[in-house]
Design a protein around this ligand. Sequence first.
Ligand code: T5A
Length: 224
Amino acid sequence: MRGFFVTFEGGEGSGKTTQLKTLLGHLRSAGRDVVETRDPGGTAIGNQIRGLLLDGENARMDSLTELLLYEASRAQLVQEIVQPVLAAGRILLCDRFTDSTVAYQGYGRGVDLDLIGRLNASAARGIRPDLTFFLDLDPVVGLERVKRRLAPSRAPRDRLEGEALAFHERVRQGFRALAATEPERVIALDAVQSLAELAAEIRRRVDARLGPAEAAPGTRRRSE
Ligand code: T5A
């Protein structure tokens, strides 16, 4: 039995991680068997690659190097986590996945979209999310949220957060294009809404797709 694969996408500070955690809590409290992960990262090797990708010191990273590192992290994630979790019939929530590569490397950096499509399909072994939430937010607002969050710790911005506003606006256009092309899979949500409003909408859509807990993906058997 195949599980159910949900991804969260959007620009910087759009609220993906917050909403993923909220949905995770809801599904677990309903007795569903859910795993969470993130891309890039999610594995020991992937987390090392993530470190390279986000390190602000690596400002000179070439666009192709960047693309291949994202795909390398993803290949490891799919092999170690995505495939086995879905094959076991469990629910998987992932913070970003292949759509981010289309938006950031394709629309943001201008890397060839056909090449990205081929690499995405290879790294993901042809696996595609069943449902994707795109949290659509003006990048000015998103970057301001990130700045506020970083301020108390004085942590530096990561390499991509430090890109020009025009880059983040192109990334947003990329996500919007994906949502327009695949409206069945990619649900665009206005991310200026409150945390509670967004969480309720996400919960409603996921519950509708999963159906009743009995016999649905991610249902724990009595013996577990
Ligand atoms: N990337 C990734 C690529 O370039 N190519 C790829 O293929 C992939 C997979 C990864 C970076 O790599 C890039 C994209 C990224 O630049 P990341 O950590 O996954 O980095 O992504 P970030 O966007 O940097 O993650 P953030 O944690 O900054 O943003 P989130 O997860 O969208 O936002 P979240 O939930 O942490 O919230 C940010 C702040 O806003 C508040 C939260 O409390 C928090 O303080 N907030 C709200 N405030 C008001 N109203 C709401 N509705 C709010 N929702 C959240």
